[in-house]
Ligand binder design. Sequence first.
Ligand code: NDP
Ligand code: 8X3
Length: 252
Amino acid sequence: MSKIAMITGATAGFGKACAEKFAAGGYDLIVTGRRAEKLDFLCQQIRDTYSVKCLPLVFDVRNKNEVKQAVDSIPGEFAKIDLLINNAGLALGRDYFDEADMDDWETMIDTNLKGLLYVSRAVLPHLKQSANAHIINIGSIAGKEVYEKGNVYCASKHAVDAISKAMRIDLLRLGIKVTAIHPGAADTEFSIVRFKGDTEKAAAVYTGYEPLRAEDIADTAWYCASLPPHVCINDLVIMATAQANSYLTFKK
Ligand code: NDP
Ligand code: 8X3
């Protein structure tokens, strides 16, 4: 019987790359996001290419009721979920604390922290049906070090770091692995979202060095998920070779 992975935020970036990687590895998938067309397209492509099952679930992780309804709608053939990748997330704006938009703050906290909590709680009954369940939370180096104008994005990712540790403690008795992966700068839609469609500002984040690619994170998640049942990578920080930390990147 194939393993089943549920991946949030699979319409782009890390989530989409994870979907492709895990489908190639024989997993059946539940992929989620808000953009239904992109999810449908991804699922069709995955079914055609890898001959695995793919279920698209459209919901906004910020909406507790939507999350519950979507997870409640999961059909019996997908009921035992072996792996949950909590990846959906975003940064909005990069501004001084006293100048940042407070609505952006709400959105980041609601998505990066509360969304992860809602999805995890809703999916746990399904994870409990697997003998070797695993949760992978996508944090960030912003959850390890705070940088100038990163304020609430960094706080939301510090919260992901903390909740990953808490989940690891509280789910220990259930034998559920909890891994947190903390990537540095990676060229995805992330910066276009952060800078609200300003493609020039977004591109500047990745010029003068080779940033991480979405596939690097998918490979890392695959490695973490492929270890034997008695081994768990708890916490993993991954950056481009040109990046030393949140505020030092060597650009040519
Ligand atoms: P992308 O913008 O490329 O992808 C983000 C994904 O999250 C999309 O699929 C989007 O789907 C989904 N998403 C965002 N908000 C919501 C929401 N409210 N409800 C449901 N889905 C949502 O970014 P990345 O792939 O780069 O980012 C993925 C994760 O990695 C995020 O948590 C991010 O913070 C983190 N990260 C990114 C880094 C980077 O440099 N790129 C580095 C470190 C961490 P849709 O719009 O269809 O809803
Ligand atoms: C994304 C990486 O450095 O822009 O989480 O915060 S960074």
